[in-house]
Design a protein around this ligand. Structure first.
Ligand code: GTP
Ligand code: MG
Length: 137
């Protein structure tokens, strides 16, 4: 088994979708290894999304990700990173497959409800960004 990192983004929390999204995560075979409600500072978001800092949407992305609380979590499953990316669907919900979290709960490419790590290496970096060792079970 391996691990991935996820955030239920501020829009998902604002819209009351924490429970429904966690239900999909559980029924899709992921075990919750760590989880908390937290809010990213501007500096946190700029660091977390540093790979995008030259992109035209970077300012909007930082505003969005810092505007309210998120649910941060670490999930475990065989093939966790790839299977979770499949469960969440395409970045743009208009292109997301039927049944995916973004198809069901995301409004737009800019407000897309959920994050999923894109590699095992980034999953480990992102989990360590949000959680101390004693918070992982
Ligand atoms: P994450 O799981 O959040 O990393 O999404 P992703 O891997 O599907 O997409 P990517 O890493 O390319 O982009 C990171 C985030 O930036 C997206 O999830 C969106 O929230 C935001 N983003 C990406 N493209 C756009 C865009 O064209 N406009 C805006 N406003 N935001 C974007
Ligand atoms: Mg990404």
């Amino acid at each position: 088994k391996n691990r991935t990192f996820t955030m239920l983004k501020p829009d998902a929390v604002e819209n009351g979708n924490i429970g429904a999204i966690l239900e999909l995560i559980n029924t899709s075979g992921f075990r919750i290894v760590a989880m908390k409600l937290t809010q990213m500072s501007r500096k946190d978001a700029e660091t977390f999304y540093a790979v995008h800092n030259e992109r035209p949407f970077f300012g909007e992305l930082v505003e969005y990700m810092t505007r309210g609380p998120i649910v941060a979590a670490v999930l475990e499953k065989d093939n966790a990173v790839e299977d979770f990316r499949t469960l969440i669907g395409a970045t743009n919900p208009a292109e997301a497959a039927e049944g995916t979290i973004r198809k069901k709960y995301a409004a737009s490419i800019g407000e897309n409800a959920v994050h999923g790590s894109d590699s095992d290496e980034n999953a480990a970096i992102e989990a360590a960004f949000h959680f101390a060792g004693r918070e992982l079970f």
